[in-house]
Design a protein around this ligand. Structure first.
Ligand code: NAD
Length: 295
């Protein structure tokens, strides 16, 4: 059953998510500040503003870089709020601060529409394949209502709790991801420098205790796996600036809860060092190249 869907933010993740919605029969209106991002997907209606995209939509999705941009897209001039129908559902799939999600939920309630935070995991490969994991915070009945649409982009939908809890689950996941990616890069760089073949070393790790998503699905060494950013000069994928943002959000959340993040803090600073060295827009597996040093 087609519902009217609006989707704002067609970057690395959003464009692929929209492709799956369209191929599975949804009618989708899109908006992105970068016109060629919006026109990269076939079969959608391109709009000139979030307001226009949100008009008559049952579900309005955002997949944007950070919480400030999400808020701006909601409240700004020609923002979502100007166009959204009464009682429509606004679903933010970006990774943002849990408190910012709660703020968005409050704004929704006060203005007669509904809100869910529904960040995702699975990376660009999961977005492409339609196998993302959604972590949803908000009202149970709202989560149930949008679930069939989420299942066109993903294969797992977890209802976590009240507004903002989807983001908490997401930050917990990405804290591990940020750390294991660095660990995998350190290990493979050491192995290669000591003379091991990275493909063989990866095969060993992938059936041993060092295995993780970073080693078996998103290997950071160029040429070890096809179709991952490391084999394409670390282009596309999950930007260093985005993982650094997630670690900053995790550190804030951890601070408020009194949970120590010793490795999270070091990882955050390492990714920030990469940003300072010009790697901001590269995929986060580029830690490997950074540790490798000058060739
Ligand atoms: P991206 O930078 O590739 O895409 C963001 C898109 O938003 C771009 O096309 C940009 O033009 C657009 N945009 C920016 N400001 C806008 C505005 N004001 N109005 C409309 N469009 C605007 O980022 P991405 O990798 O697709 O990630 C999006 C979100 O998903 C982030 O919050 C990220 O943390 C999260 N995420 C990313 C991945 C990943 O592997 N890339 C995985 C899970 C979650």
């Amino acid at each position: 059953n087609a519902s009217n869907v609006a989707f704002i933010g067609l970057g690395q993740m959003g464009a692929r998510m929209v492709k799956n919605l369209v191929s599975k029969g949804e009618k989708v209106k899109v908006f992105d500040v970068v016109p060629q991002a919006a026109s990269s997907v076939q079969g959608v209606t391109i709009c000139n503003s979030p307001e226009e995209a949100a008009k008559d939509a049952c579900f309005v999705f955002t997949m944007l870089p950070n919480g400030h941009i999400v808020k701006d897209t909601l409240l700004g001039d020609k923002g979502i709020m100007k166009g959204i129908s009464n009682n429509a559902l606004f679903i933010d799939s970006s990774t943002i601060e849990p408190q910012q999600s709660q703020e968005l939920g409050k704004i929704a309630k006060e203005n007669g529409f509904r809100f869910l935070d529904a960040p995702v995991s699975g990376g660009v490969t999961g977005a492409e394949a339609g196998t993302l994991t959604f972590m949803v915070g908000g009202e149970d009945k709202d989560a149930e209502e949008v679930k069939p649409v989420l299942l066109k982009m993903g294969k797992n939908v977890f209802k976590c709790g009240g507004t903002g809890t989807g983001q908490i689950a997401k930050l917990c996941n990405n804290l591990i991801l940020a750390i294991t990616m660095i660990g995998t890069c350190e290990s493979l760089n050491m192995g290669v420098k000591l003379g091991m073949d990275p493909k063989l070393l990866t095969s060993i790790i992938n059936v041993s205790t060092g295995r993780s998503w970073s080693s078996d699905t998103y290997n950071p060494v160029p040429g070890v796996m096809p179709n991952v950013p490391s084999s394409n000069q670390y282009k596309g994928g999950f930007g260093v600036s985005l993982i650094a943002k997630d670690l900053a959000l995790a550190e804030n959340a951890a601070l408020s809860a009194g949970a120590p993040l010793p490795l999270g803090a070091i990882s955050h600073q390492l990714y920030r060092t990469l940003i300072a060295n010009g790697y901001s827009d590269k995929d986060f597996a580029v830690v490997y190249e950074f540790l490798q040093g000058k060739k």
